[in-house]
Design a protein around this ligand. Structure first.
Ligand SMILES: [Zn+2]
Length: 238
């Protein structure tokens, strides 16, 4: 009897020791994960403090990105077969990666995504590319004229114009903003309190090199514009 008690007590203590080791291992793993997360943000920031701030502040803010025409049609097509949707999807995905790395939650949405109905976010942007015209270059951005959050939408558009031009070196092409851009279907589907815009990132003809060979620059320009807008927009009181 006594012997059995001793052996079960020693089994219990061995069990406790093992549990302690597991907990320690988990703690170490969590620490490594935290350092890794911090490191990935540190490179894009100006210091440890702002990296920490970004890591814990951006998480609650949501951004919706539509990859134009995705899961619906090809969009504009060049004579050699290059499709607009390929460029839009590539750029939207890269932009989502950059924004997530900066600590934001991102929804990558299809052109007619069921999630668009009543979609609520801190910023919404649909990404498209202009037609395959070889003697035109430049980008443009528009929002719904009668938006219920017009002041915010204006600031989103302004931040995008400023940052996108600075990063990509492309010129704004205001003259070719169409009725279809301003009356873009998703503007009337998303929640009226979500500030939204649509961007035509460049011409598949004139800006082809940049759009297809350096999509990372395009994505950085968009991400910087959205982040600049969010950073100048105060968070709603809890
Ligand atoms: Zn399009």
């Amino acid at each position: 009897m006594a012997k059995r008690r001793t052996s079960s007590a020693s089994r219990r203590s061995r069990g406790k020791k093992l549990l302690g080791q597991w907990l320690l291992a988990l703690l170490v793993l969590a620490g490594v994960f935290l350092l890794f997360q911090l490191g990935s943000r540190l490179s894009a920031s100006d210091g440890l403090w702002s990296a920490l701030e970004r890591m814990f502040s951006g998480g609650g803010r949501r951004i919706g990105l539509v990859a134009g025409h995705w899961q619906h049609d090809s969009g504009a097509v060049c004579p050699d077969g290059l499709e607009e949707v390929q460029i839009n999807y590539d750029v939207a995905q890269r932009t989502a990666v950059l924004l997530r790395r900066a600590g934001y939650s991102v929804d990558l949405l299809a052109e007619f995504d069921p999630k668009l109905e009543g979609y609520s976010a801190d910023a919404f942007l649909s990404i498209h590319t202009d037609s395959c015209v070889y003697d035109l270059s430049g980008f443009k951005i528009a929002r719904l004229p009668e938006s219920a959050v017009g002041e915010q939408a204006d600031r989103l558009v302004a931040a995008l114009y400023r940052e996108y031009a600075a990063v990509t070196g492309l010129q704004p092409h205001y003259d070719t903003i169409t009725f279809d851009m301003r009356e873009y279907h998703a503007f009337r589907e998303i929640s009226p309190t979500t500030p939204g815009a649509i961007i035509e990132i460049g011409f598949m003809g004139g800006d082809r090199e940049l759009l297809t060979r350096r999509p990372d620059i395009i994505a950085r320009g968009i991400a910087r514009g959205i982040i600049a807008f969010l950073e100048e927009t105060p968070t709603a009181a809890p």
